[in-house]
Design a protein around this ligand. Structure first.
Ligand code: SF4
Length: 270
């Protein structure tokens, strides 16, 4: 298999791999349905009276959710937010602009505090996150966790693109969970979707995607902390690949013990 063919295999989903929820559309092209996701989003909006925030990092799953939220008319109820760490790939900024234009939405950026970044860089250097897991977590705290807390301030609901089969650490992800630490309900409408289904949906609905996906970047975070993965490697193997910790999380969704941050799953109808 050539390198080019191997790279394509990240995007190609053989028909035999497609789950039953992927329907045959007009012209015979397989087309994944958004029905269940739209229903779940509506259910969440009905169940949560206050502000609901959707945090996107412009990955495949987030782009699928952006499409469904915007096209279902729920954009007025759900705020689009992204965490601009200052270390993102140029392709992410291009996709950000393209997504806003395509869907007519405004995606609010939350940036790290300038004084925190200055202190961090002074203490550990501009790429000091490679020194140790602690240094890396300190960088993620400044560039991601503080801005996330700011983004979720006053929110009652938090929509994420998590899928349970992304990694062992995310295996227990369910549709609606109580995030006791942040005092809100965390919603993962794609919790039971496979990557193949998300990809099929995106391709079938012409959802703009990060071109890095075609080059083997499956889970995309900050540029210096993300590499392409080889066929057969776990989805999140390209994140902080120099660390041995299999959890591969930055703290947005798991605690320091590597377990998902949650109190309990909330009973839901889907
Ligand atoms: S992913 Fe890397 S650059 Fe981004 S915040 Fe974490 S350690 Fe820092």
């Amino acid at each position: 298999m050539s390198a080019r063919t191997e790279r394509r295999s990240f995007l190609a989903a053989p028909a035999s791999l497609l789950p039953p929820a992927v329907e045959a559309g007009a012209g015979g092209r397989a087309r994944a349905s958004a029905g269940d996701v739209e229903e779940r989003l509506r259910e969440a909006c009905a169940a949560i009276p206050g502000r609901i925030v959707f945090t996107t990092s412009f990955g495949l799953e987030d782009q699928v959710l952006t499409h469904v939220i915007a096209r279902s008319g729920l954009g007025g109820r759900i705020s689009f937010v992204t965490l601009d760490t200052g270390r993102l790939f140029p392709e992410v900024y291009d996709l950000w602009a393209q997504t806003e234009e395509r869907y007519g939405v405004s995606i609010q950026a939350h940036l790290p505090r300038a004084d925190d970044v200055e202190r961090l860089v002074r203490d550990q250097g501009i790429n000091g996150f490679r020194i140790s897991p602690e240094a890396r977590k300190a960088c993620c705290a400044v560039r991601k966790l503080v801005p996330l807390d700011q983004a979720l301030q006053g929110a009652s609901g938090w929509i994420t693109g998590l899928r349970a089969d992304q990694s062992h650490a995310r295996a227990d992800t369910s549709f609606m969970e109580e995030d006791a630490q942040r005092g809100l309900l965390k919603i993962s409408p794609l919790h039971d979707w496979s990557r193949e289904r998300a990809l099929e949906f995106a391709q079938g609905h012409d959802v703009p995607l990060n071109p890095l996906h075609e080059r083997g970047f499956v889970s995309i975070g900050c540029a210096p902390c993300t590499r392409a993965i080889a066929p057969g490697e776990p989805e999140r193997a390209g994140r902080w690949w120099w660390e041995q910790d299999a959890a591969k999380e930055c703290g947005l969704h798991v605690g320091s013990d590597g377990r998902l941050v949650r109190a309990r799953a909330v009973e839901a109808t889907s």
